[in-house]
Structure formats: C-alpha cells, structure tokens
Ligand binder design. Structure first.
Ligand code: URA
Length: 238
C-alpha cells in the first residue's frame, strides 16, 4: 500500500517535472514565480558589480550551509565545478541523485549529455563552469521551492561575480526564471535569444533532461544546437 503511494507520488513528480521543463507555467504559477537576484543599488549597470566574497570562501560556505530545509535531505552540497575564470557558465536547476552522491554537478545522464554539448561547442568541461540554482538535492528531484531558491541564489550570484563569464547558459525554466525579467513565456518562446543580467548575456535553452525525455525529437535537439551556436558566435568560437 505504502509502496503504491510512493510510486504514485513519484509518477506525479515526473509529470510535474515534464510540465515544468516545457515551461508550462500554469502548473507552477505560485511555486516558481520568478525570483530575480536584485540589481545593485542605482539600477542595472552595464558591467557586473564586484563580488563581495572570494569564490573559495563561497564554496566552503555552501558545503557548510544549513540555511534551508534542503540541507536536511542531502548527502552533500554541490557547489559547482570548472574553470574559475570561465568565459562560459552553465546553470542548471539543482543536483539530482548522482550529483548528491558525488558532490559534483551534472554527472548523471543529463550531465553526460551536457558534456557532449560542451564538447560539440569545442570546449572541455574543465574550460567552463557548471553549477545549479540550488546547491542541495531537492527530495525526489522535485522542483526547488521559491524560498529555497531565494535563500540559495546569493551563492550563485557570488559565483558569477567572481567568475565573470562572458556568457551564461540557463538550462530549463527554473534557471531561466531567475535571470530573465518577466520570464512568463514557455521555454520554446524564451530560448534562442540573449537577455542581459548585470551586463552579462544570458542564453536560455532546454534542460538536457528534457532532451533525454524527448529522445528522438530532432526538432528540440536542433533548437538546443541553434542556441549553442549563437553562444559560440558570441564567444568567437565560430
Ligand atoms: N539536473 C540539474 O539541473 N543539475 C544537475 O546537476 C543534474 C541534473
């Protein structure tokens, strides 16, 4: 009986995840209303403000963090990894099971696909920086809650202000909502164009898990590749 309920819950979570990935906001309206990192005093500037903490200190703080309920369920926090002066940064949603166990971002199936995309863009994983909106795994891979995102996003902000990438790629709707003002559209309409975050161009694209769930859909693959080609042009790699 309990097993049936677990299965039902897990199926429901999978479906909600699918709706979220395609940007069907109506399902999540109250849960994932855009939470944007506030602009610095004086309004948006054309270059990012200075970081207030050194990145090593940020990562140590993430590893110790117990500020939100996600800390209770994690094996370990996953700060992110890669080049500390990367010109390209990828931001996902939150660690999954494999990431929680290994303490590294995007190492599961979605991560393997992301690694392929990065290589196709003529980079190695070590050349870019990969992280997530929330640094601890949400239970059963559910969508991070608004309060969790609010508590965790200052870490991401500090990472960006330290690394100062030339382009940020947001993977999926949850990550995109944090960066793109009034991102009320679906991913299909948001993707493919650059937005500005404190002077840094942000390119939203579909989450690799969404590609995996729609394996065989060449149209979605093509859209992601089109988006990445725009990023490559912006970075002078094409
Ligand atoms: N999905 C994410 O959004 N992030 C990860 O690190 C892994 C899977």
């Amino acid at each position: 009986m309990e097993k049936d309920a677990d299965k039902l819950l897990s199926n429901l979570e999978e479906r909600l995840k699918f709706f979220r990935d395609i940007g069907a906001d109506f399902v999540f309206k109250n849960e994932t209303a855009p939470v944007r990192t506030p602009s610095p005093p004086g309004g948006p500037s054309s270059s990012p403000p200075p970081a207030s903490m050194d990145i090593q200190a940020v990562h140590e703080e993430i590893l110790r963090c117990r500020k939100c309920p996600l800390a209770a369920g994690r094996t370990q926090a996953v700060p992110g990894e890669g080049h500390l002066h990367a010109e390209l940064m990828f931001v996902g949603e939150g660690p999954g099971h494999d990431e929680d166990v290994q303490g590294r971002p995007f190492v599961g199936r979605a991560g393997q696909l992301l690694t392929k995309i990065i290589r196709a863009m003529t980079y190695e994983r070590a050349d870019v920086f990969i992280t997530n909106i929330v640094k601890c795994r949400p239970p059963n891979n559910r969508v991070p809650r608004r309060d969790e995102i609010e508590i965790c996003s200052p870490y991401l902000r500090e990472q960006i202000l330290n690394i100062r990438p030339k382009v940020i790629v947001t993977l999926g709707k949850v990550a995109t909502d944090l960066f793109v003002p009034d991102a009320f559209g679906a991913m299909t309409t948001l993707r493919g164009q650059f937005y500005d975050w404190n002077g840094i161009p942000v390119m939203p694209t579909f989450h690799p898990s969404y590609l995996i769930r729609n394996e065989g859909n060449k149209e979605i693959k093509k859209m992601v590749w089109d988006d990445m080609q725009k990023v490559m042009v912006r970075l002078g790699r094409k």
